[in-house]
Design a protein around this ligand. Structure first.
Ligand code: ADP
Ligand code: MG
Length: 476
């Protein structure tokens, strides 16, 4: 492995077995935890969150490039969220055929019509990248997507550096262990939430984490909650059901849930159609959107994070509209774009269909969904496109160049998983936070990173989806 863990360690099965035991205990000691699949709503039985035995080499220049562009991505997302004309045009084709996006868009339009009650915006996003390998061995940073809704693992990734440091020391790799970077997205995310809470301006009001039914990944969120409690900001965990049963607005549109005034709603649920089990769930979303509470994200920032918007941003001249006098910013953002192609009805979309059918292995076909496991690869692209290519249904998708990161060998540690060497691919995420009040950006920061690694057998990713595992970059 180039500039990584020496082969004599990687292939020493006795040592690897010992290191794996050391690593798992270190993860448990550090609190890199998840509840178990069987009992997602009980902390009686927990396990370590899946992670790699070793950190993964990442070129320093590319890593720094990802950090450097983050505040510009924050600005871009925020500008898009405030541009209803852009959102309407960008999403017109999608909402004509995709019911879920259409439903979100209707809420967005209703809020626009009524006028936004709250001028404070809170963004906690994560821009994800893979390093595309050039023929000459170089690697270039290419964005996979930006998550504006429920971007996770900021908590657990604050605890993984010490795990890998420890493993490397036990493996006799002291110099490498020193190269593991500190990382504390939990503190950075909480700092932005705290700022929004403070601007909301009520000591009594709380931060509400809107959480899923199955809460396996609760510890990831607890880290952020704890950071808020340290600042004497109260948090509460509620579900859509709680909002349905007890949520209300007073005459000033202040949001109350279980008799508590809510200053900030931090959505960790509500990004998938399956999260909206009934009309009442949609009503609850609308209630929160209309309220005076700061929403993270608000409905327009949610829409700004769709894959269709990502594709439209890659069209010529679009970034320039958002940064008219900042060619360097445009250049910095655009350098991270992979090829993205429309499937809208019309000649451009026809070209995309023909291109994808001719070489499906070069692309990924993406619907407007989040959470992993939704994308389409290889021959399945042909099957799906053959079915929809003559109809408007194809507008529900976008096409993207497939990124090819260099595979690296590692061991993926997960409960009940076999200990075996795997060919792995990594995805680097960068957390960004911002708070805007009216026209003033009062905070715009890069809040840390996340490396996730999966076996190259899998096309799709996602730690929650059970494919990727937590990792750390080892800068080289
Ligand atoms: P989701 O919203 O489901 O997370 P993503 O766009 O992040 O959707 O895709 C899920 C996973 O699929 C990524 O984590 C990555 O592993 C893989 N993937 C997505 N786009 C590409 C691409 N262009 N090239 C290679 N792999 C990709
Ligand atoms: Mg993703």
């Amino acid at each position: 492995m180039a500039q990584g863990i020496p082969d004599k360690i990687m292939t020493n099965t006795t040592l690897i077995k010992d290191l794996a035991d050391v690593a798992k205990d270190a993860a448990l000691l550090q609190g890199v935890l998840m509840r178990i699949h069987e009992t997602p709503n009980s902390s009686e039985l927990v396990t370590y969150a899946p992670f790699t035995l070793f950190p993964t080499p990442v070129p320093k220049a590319v890593f720094l490039q990802a950090l450097a562009v983050q505040t510009h991505y924050n600005t871009l997302v925020d500008k898009i969220s405030q541009d209803p004309d852009f959102l309407e045009e960008a999403l017109a084709s999608t909402i004509a055929v995709d019911d879920f996006t259409a439903r979100l868009f209707r809420i967005h339009q209703q809020i626009l019509k009524e006028g936004r009650s709250q001028s404070i915006a809170l963004g906690l996003n994560r821009s994800d990248y893979m390093l595309d390998q050039g023929d000459d061995g170089s690697s270039s940073l290419k964005q996979i997507e930006i998550n504006t809704f429920a971007a996770s693992f900021g908590g657990l990734s604050s605890r993984t550096p010490d795990v890998h440091r420890h493993v490397l020391k036990v493996a006799g790799q002291l110099e490498e262990s020193r190269r593991i970077l500190d990382n504390n997205p939990a503190a950075g995310l909480a700092k932005a939430v705290a700022k929004a809470w403070e601007l909301y301006g009520s000591e009594r009001a709380v931060v509400m984490f809107l959480v899923e039914k199955g809460q396996r990944n609760i510890f990831d969120q607890r880290y952020i909650e704890n950071e808020l409690w340290k600042r004497n900001i109260s948090t509460m965990r509620k579900r859509f059901d709680d909002v349905i049963k007890t949520g209300s607005l007073d005459q000033d549109k202040r949001l109350f849930v279980d008799d508590q005034e809510v200053a900030v709603v931090y959505f960790r649920d509500g990004y998938m159609p399956e999260n909206y089990i009934s009309e009442k769930t949609w009503d609850a979303r609308l209630l929160m959107e209309r309220s005076l509470a700061v929403k993270c994200p608000d409905i327009s920032t949610h829409l700004a994070g769709t894959k269709k918007v990502q594709q439209v941003l890659a069209s010529p001249g679009v970034l320039e509209k958002f940064f008219p006098d900042q060619p360097r910013v445009v250049e910095q953002i655009r350098a991270t774009f992979a090829g993205l192609y429309t499937l809208d009805v019309g000649p451009e979309g026809e070209k995309t269909v023909a291109m994808a059918l001719a070489a499906p292995d070069r692309f990924v076909l993406k619907p407007q969904r989040e959470g992993g496991g939704n994308n389409i690869y290889g021959s399945e692209i042909c099957q799906v496109l053959q079915g929809v290519k003559e109809s408007t249904e194809r507008m529900a998708y976008i096409l993207m160049d497939k990124i090819h990161p260099a595979p690296v060998q590692n061991y993926l540690l997960r409960r009940d998983g076999p200990l075996k060497i795997s060919n792995c691919l990594s995805e680097l995420g960068v957390f960004g936070t911002y708070v805007r009040q009216g026209k003033d950006m009062v905070m715009n920061e890069c809040a840390g990173h996340l490396l996730r690694t999966k076996s190259s057998e899998h096309s799709d990713g996602g730690v929650a989806a059970g494919v990727a595992v937590l990792d750390n970059p080892l800068l080289v």
